[in-house]
Ligand binder design. Sequence first.
Ligand code: XIL
Length: 357
Amino acid sequence: MNKVFSNPRWCTIAVALSAAVLFGTGCMPKERDFPTSPTLREFAGQHGILIGAAARPHLLVEEPQYADILAAQFNSITPETDLKWLHTEPEHLTYTWDNADAVAAFATANNQTIRGHTLVWPNEFYYITTPDYVRNAPDAATMQKYIDDHIEAVVTRYADVVHRWDVINEPMQTLGSGVDPNIITATLGEAWMVRAFQQTRSLDPDADLYINEALTERPGAKHSGLLALVGRMLDAGAPIDGVGLQSHFLFGAPSVQAMVSVMQDWEALGLKVAITELDIVTWLDNEEAQALQYENVVTACLSVAACGEITLWGFTDKHSWLNGFLGSWSTPLLFDADYLPKPAYAAVSMALAGEGN
Ligand code: XIL
């Protein structure tokens, strides 16, 4: 064995050095004194676009800093889980509205719009939001009735405060490029999706209606598959207004050019585009690289007229869903766990202000 690494003292030093290389600037003080005024919503307002964040209602009351930053910096809110089927109608015709109501009240009080996420999320790849009674429906007609009843109840209740609906979330296979063969689509075919859009339109004629999808932010097979699905649905009479690009970037954000190209494909169909769940994992503690990627996403959106919204999946690393999914090392958002603004915040702010690199 190598003599150096068989010596415990050298071994400890070697491990420490490797850790320093792996985790980059981990031991260095981090820059956190970026100005947070003018706010993101002030800059976004100058472009007429929405800057949003996913929110959790209990934090609005439990953590004053959470509520303060959400109100000050964002002009749109997406309830992170509280509009999902399992949370609003866990049993057929039995509703729980309290949490979604709390988000709606907060948004109204702070002059924010709400993105309604989501009426039906049929894909069960990593998280099931469709209650068992729907998935175990005795026959196709009953399953269709459950969907109709659900959409009617939720859309009727929130039509006044919700301005965009993710009518369907993730209709595609998560890692493939075709339509997801989940129990709902396997039972009802694509017709249920067309019907969901038509029903939502008739209940809330003023809202923009979206398909929201993961991993379609770059050109490629899944993006092409989604273009084909949306094309078929439009031909079948679905009133689709836009496509949501979730934008959970676990391994780095796309180049500006790649995102612009995807957005232009939707624009060519006459559709709007929204970035609906943006977060960018920090690898090797490299906050500067993360900031540059955030800047690229904002630049892409600002350069395509069809892109009217950038919503982040939270705003503080303290409460990112990725803390549970990956671990708290992922630090994917704009504010750190102490609510201090990171370089990513400054990059988004400067890109919105037109002062990016
Ligand atoms: C996530 C929430 O953030 C988590 O709190 C929940 O446990 C699982 O769902 N794509 C979506 C979002 O469309 O609804 C997901 O939200 C994240 C991935």
